[in-house]
Design a binder for this molecule. Structure first.
Ligand SMILES: Cc1cc2nc3c(=O)[nH]c(=O)nc-3n(C[C@H](O)[C@H](O)[C@H](O)COP(=O)(O)OP(=O)(O)OC[C@H]3O[C@@H](n4cnc5c(N)ncnc54)[C@H](O)[C@@H]3O)c2cc1C
Length: 468
């Protein structure tokens, strides 16, 4: 019997445990496992509350449909009927520009314009940036080393594009800043486009041309929704996995250290220790670095060097008047140059209409990185005060209304930042990991921060140890 310890009970650890169950069932692998979770609940940052008829997400609210691993897991769990798509007919995002909400022009693919007129007419960009978009079409190929997303975007479209689009869009995903994120790790597709065409605009036109040739040969399918979620919220995923797990699940059991003694892994948690053949570490990078300090100081140091940012979400419910006063669309992003604490707000009742009754407005506001740190020590009431004040400034006096409810959720160092050179770091880490038999790593610090990537990483970690 192979004994495996899974450390961390977020979605990465739960996906690993689920995969071990599947391997037991489908291959008769002789495996038993113990999952160690520091807190009193399983699911990690997947947390949903039902308040006043609204489904309020404390952590992730959905995942990108294009990455299949989370939806596949939901279907395997029998949750296929519970999957919901974002209401893309209402998909509009605004960028706060000089204090005013300006709609992102139609046809922008991240920052690459694919439709001329909406971009030319948009007040989001100055004429200098619009001219840069034209000049960008003539950029030569470039094979430089890894660089920050900010420097890449600046080379192509100038600094206004970094401030108005690249930085706010990435803040919403990584909670970090474009100046600190690796192009190759975060936007590999754009890196490849530059490799093949030089100009992103030209690469986009070429890929659209080949896609439209394929489409004319095939029957046209409706585009899937951009985001997928679960009817009862993201916590439903964790809640459905847990009863399927036959292994030992220990909550309130933080692992302090790992050691290898006579070829066995010894897991120390509280006053107890237990021996295992292998270990899956499904923790955020700082916690993973901590538990690996004795077994592999070099791997621990690499993990420690992966920066993580903290984030705060604030869920606010309002009545009919506010709902009617809000603009259509999914919400807005706030460039740092606007000098606000808020980085983004989602109009949840538009993005996922089932998440709020018809007479309610449900807003999800987001702080991360430096902005989250600057309010971290404040009490919930003060944070809610800041959010309400900024919402009034951005959305107008209707937002003076007293919210029906307001909740603050804090996530310390939960989002990994893939800094410049991240992929080289992963290569070094992989070599170090191979020197430690029976170790697998899963979570958001490696090859994708979103829920689908975490699911994939957990399941792959389990497979790698059982040898399929
Ligand atoms: C506010 C927020 C919004 C997000 N929004 C989205 C989104 O909309 N879409 C999307 O796809 N992704 C989103 N993400 C990213 C995604 O949710 C996470 O990357 C993913 O859920 C991380 O899962 P995990 O299991 O790797 O880590 P976690 O969920 O952080 O779980 C790690 C677990 O390990 C436990 N732990 C820590 N130390 C120890 C220890 N020493 N011993 C035992 N247990 C320990 C923790 O208590 C925790 O339960 C968001 C993240 C945050 C924070």
């Amino acid at each position: 019997m192979t004994r495996i310890a899974i450390i961390g009970g977020g979605i990465s650890g739960l996906a690993a445990a689920f995969e071990l169950e599947e391997l037991r069932r489908n291959t008769s692998a002789a495996v038993e496992y113990v999952l160690f979770e520091a807190s009193d609940r399983l699911g990690g940052v997947l947390r949903t509350e039902s308040i006043d008829g609204c489904i309020v997400e404390a952590g992730p609210d959905s995942f990108i449909t294009e990455k299949p691993w989370a939806s596949d897991l939901c279907r395997e769990l029998g949750l296929g009927e519970q999957l919901i798509g974002s209401n893309d007919a209402e998909r509009k995002t605004y960028i706060l520009t000089k204090g005013r909400l300006v709609e992102m022009p139609d046809g922008l693919m991240f920052m690459v314009p694919t439709k001329i007129m909406p971009t030319v007419m948009s007040p989001l960009f100055s004429w200098t940036t619009k001219l840069r978009m034209v000049k960008e079409l003539f950029l030569p190929k470039n094979y430089g080393p890894d660089e920050s997303v900010a420097s890449f975007v600046e080379r192509h479209y100038g600094s206004e594009m970094v401030d108005r689009l690249a930085d706010p869009l990435l803040s919403g995903v990584y909670g970090g800043e474009a100046a600190n994120l690796s192009l190759r790790a975060v936007l590999p597709r754009f890196h490849a486009m530059e490799d093949s065409h030089g100009s992103l605009g030209r690469a986009m036109l070429a890929s659209r041309k080949s896609a439209s040739q394929k489409m004319s040969a095939e029957p046209r399918k409706p585009a899937p929704p951009l985001f997928t979620s679960l009817k009862n919220g993201m916590q439903q995923l964790a809640e459905t996995i847990v009863p399927r797990l036959k292994g030992t699940l220990l909550t309130n059991t933080p692992v302090q250290a790992l050691q290898i003694e006579a070829g066995d892994w010894v897991v120390s948690a509280g006053m107890q220790s237990d021996s295992f053949d292998s270990v899956i570490i499904a923790l955020p990078a700082p916690a993973a670095a901590q538990v690996l300090r004795i077994v592999s100081p070099a791997l621990s140091a690499e993990l420690e060097a992966i920066q993580c940012t903290s984030s705060i979400t604030v869920g606010l419910g309002y009545g009919r008047e506010v709902r009617q006063a809000l603009p259509p669309g999914f919400g807005f992003l706030v460039p740092r140059s606007e000098g606000k604490k808020l980085l983004a707000a989602t109009f949840v009742h538009n993005k996922f209409p089932d998440r709020a009754p018809d007479d309610r407005a449900l807003l999800r506001c987001f702080f991360a990185g430096r902005n989250a740190e600057s309010v971290w020590t404040l009490g919930d009431e003060q944070i809610i005060g800041i959010v309400r004040n900024e919402l009034q400034q951005i959305l107008g006096p209707q937002l003076r209304a007293e919210p029906l409810f307001a909740r603050v959720y804090r996530w310390k160092s939960a989002m990994a930042q893939y800094g410049v050179g991240h992929l080289d770091r992963l290569d070094r880490m992989e070599r170090l990991r191979q020197q430690v038999p029976g170790l697998a790593l899963a979570g958001n610090a490696y090859r994708g921060i979103g829920v689908p990537d975490c699911v994939r990483s957990g399941r792959d970690a389990a497979k790698s140890l059982v040898g399929t």
